[in-house]
Design a protein around this ligand. Sequence first.
Ligand SMILES: *[C@@H]1O[C@H](CO)[C@@H](O)[C@H](O)[C@H]1NC(C)=O
Ligand SMILES: *[C@@H]1O[C@H](CO)[C@@H](O)[C@H](O)[C@H]1NC(C)=O
Ligand SMILES: *[C@@H]1O[C@H](CO)[C@@H](O)[C@H](O)[C@H]1NC(C)=O
Length: 430
Amino acid sequence: MDSNWREKRLYPILGVFTIFCFLYLNFKDDLSFTFPVITWNLPHMSFVGVNHTRFVTHLQEEVYVNGWNSYWLMEESVRGPSSRSRVSKMLKKGSQMGLTVCRTWAFSDGPGSADLQIRPGVFNERVFKALDYVLVEARRHRIRLILSLVNNLNAYGGKAQYVSWAEEAGINVSSSTDSFFSDPTIKGYYKSYVKAIVTRKNSYTGILYSEEPSIFAWELMNEPRCESISSAPVLQDWITEMAAFVKSLDQKHLVTVGLEGFYGSKLAMNYGTNPGDWAASLGSDFITNSAIKDIDFASVHAYPHSWIPEADLEAKVKYLSNWADAHISDSENVLKKPVLFTEVGAPLTINTEGLYDRDILLKIVYDKIYESAKEREAGSGVLIWQLLVEGVEEYSDEFSFVAWKYPSTYKLILEQSSRLQNMSSQGQMS
Ligand SMILES: *[C@@H]1O[C@H](CO)[C@@H](O)[C@H](O)[C@H]1NC(C)=O
Ligand SMILES: *[C@@H]1O[C@H](CO)[C@@H](O)[C@H](O)[C@H]1NC(C)=O
Ligand SMILES: *[C@@H]1O[C@H](CO)[C@@H](O)[C@H](O)[C@H]1NC(C)=O
């Protein structure tokens, strides 16, 4: 690897300069002007690829993921030095817990002062630098990021903002937000946005995002859903087109959809593991959407408390267990791609035996992944929804927590990290 060679040759020569850069990154308060942080300062990481149903490094070493979500990293980074230290702390703590992948928002669409994309194709450079900072800090802590590119939901603008932009521009779009997936103008907006992100040159490191190994994957959308089931073919075409578009700009990174994993077809073998009939009416389908050629791995979410709220804990456990089995099995046998459970969330409820529901449910999916990994099958990891550090409670929801404040959960996370690291080949993070 040429970058490897360069690092080895230049490390000794530039030692002093490296230390300077390190200090700069740690203690510089005002990052408003651009100073090129020399890339030799950053740890070497390899890109993650896919071999059959497994994630692998370029040396074909298997990678199993214990990871987490902190959607708020860019937004928090915008605010200033003390906020940035919270972002750094989250990544550092994640690394100390043995977590290797963090999923976060690389979008914020709207006219607000902390929004990344103010108008279609127009960016707030200050916010972009905040995202640059997140990437640098991830790299420093050897964390890989899954960067999600737009929201299905209205938070941070989402597809509804894109539709409004088109309306404001006088485009005759239908009032349904499904036009996000079909209207040529809106698809053009999304593509120009994606292009700006993927081809971005990090203002601190000078590294193109497309060349940055601390990015694990691009996620096309957080939880795509349609308003009308008749839009299902439109969503399928959108995923096909957009995945190919990302690949045309970046051949080094993996691409995933961002699905919740619902089965859209009653003919699917595992249709019965859906949380309800409603799940089949959202226009998405785990099998057909994930089967698209340029989609490298499948993604699934799991929220038994939201999806089957009336069920008791025992029923939730059973549901989650079947849900995990179904997706691992379909990924192994039908899709022949790895699968990541990119959001698994449960509330802090304590049951009669003094145990957290969250621990019980999380352990179900952790165990499924471990068992699958032992067989070298498609179940490749879990990302908890979601972790916070002290001082960022405003990003909280009923499934968010500061991990080290809950010793039982903390222990569970550490155990999963340790047994997956054991499964992964030595060079997982090299
Ligand atoms: C994929 O993994 C298999 C089994 O470990 C290995 O034999 C094969 O060479 C790998 N494929 C590539 C393209 O490296
Ligand atoms: C907008 O599109 C609809 C459906 O395609 C069409 O019926 C309508 O006439 C269009 N409106 C204008 C102002 O072009
Ligand atoms: C790691 O693997 C070794 C041998 O394969 C095993 O003895 C040990 O118990 C494992 N540790 C964990 C934490 O799973």
